[in-house]
Design a protein around this ligand. Sequence first.
Ligand code: PLP
Length: 479
Amino acid sequence: SFPCEHLFDVGFNVFVIILLVYLNNVDIDLSLRQPGYLHNLLPDSAPDHPETVEQVLDDVKTKILPGLTHWQSPTFFAYYPSNSSVAGFLGEMLSAGLGIVGFSWVTSPAATELEMIVLDWLAKLLNLPEQFLSKGNGGGVIQGSASEAILVAMIGARDKVLRRVGKNALGKLVVYSSDQTHSALRKACQIAGIHPENCKVLKADSSTNYALRPELLQEAVSKDLEAGSIPFFLCGNVGTTSSTAVDPLAALGKIAKSNEIWFHVDAAYAGSACICPEYRQYIDGVETADSFNMNAHKWFLTNFDCSLLWVKDQYALTEALSTNPEYLKNKASQANLVVDYKDWQIPLGRRFRSLKLWMVLRLYGAETLKNYIRNHIKLAKDLEQLVSQDPNFEVVTPRIFSLVCFRIVPVDNDEKKCNDRNRNLLDAVNSSGKLFLSHTALSGKIVLRCAIGAPLTEEKHVKEAWKVIQEEASYLLRK
Ligand code: PLP
């Protein structure tokens, strides 16, 4: 008697199509992906009457799939991964089918409580300090993205400091990060009303493998204090987007603490690896942080979106973000007996995202997840070795996790020509349709990024990818 019960079968069909695409390794015709290509293939307006599922799915196969970049392909190495898994997919289906909106505890008690439990589970797997657990003042919350996590932390920190120094001091508040920090921080500053000149971007270079030097932070903070500014927010990195740089959390946190600066740690990609005891060292010092973020939707087999944010002081968030209109009042909230996650995030409505993370943790178990991560890191290590054995190439920064940053070496020290050559290599490799890489710039060098982390990637895919890269490079070098 469930309305539209047949839609569950449709959901299953969609999943089968996606699997077939990958199993058949469908070639993407790049010519179809010119801007506006879909406008030429679909009608200008919605149909007046229902069409059949077969018609719609046929269009998905012939018109939509050719216009997709296959993030789940085993040879997708471009951006940090966005893992999909059977457990994650089942959780998504269940959540979509249940269709609850758990903004307050009362709107679906299990949704709020499962989120608290699952974030505590993961905090324990990461060996985060007790203050991040839900039993005291701290706790975890699922955001849609690392960008939202940074924004929410910054707004909590901003209002906390403004309560101390007075609302008029907004123009004096200063934010710090290295120049390797994700652009999400700048966006958060824009939204939070931080003056652009007060977003201090400190240089990190190859001498520290692009990690922020604590002396630079100390210098900048002291200078700003002398000038009458108010340092209030520091974003540290564990696994930067460009090159997986890891900032020295303990030393940065010490400076933050002694200057009453909120310390946020962005481990959006690399946080997942830190459930393995041998990689936990990269978040040593997290005990000095006020907030910590990792994206389970990147490298933790949990379908997009599922970004995990832990804070030590939940009241910093709720003071800044809570609203209490009459139409949302209820006994549990009024009595302060429950967590209402609407007050820990920007929107009101929220999906039942903890379900998929819970299913991933239960259906795979921590040991499988650790080995999953280790396998990708091993594949990246093997690739790093292959790159370093080829005299035409160099590894630009030492690999830490599963990202390899490399380039064709310059000839006659001509860095400009070298950059052009590496850009051409990227275009040639991606145009082959056999794999997908991306690039970044490190100290002015154009660098190719190979991020290994798709669930279906095996040794053979990495080896074949390297062969394509070598072949395209020799062709370019001959030219
Ligand atoms: N931080 C880091 C280190 C990232 O690598 C990324 C994206 O790749 C982000 C933040 C932004 O992530 P999101 O898309 O979840 O906002």
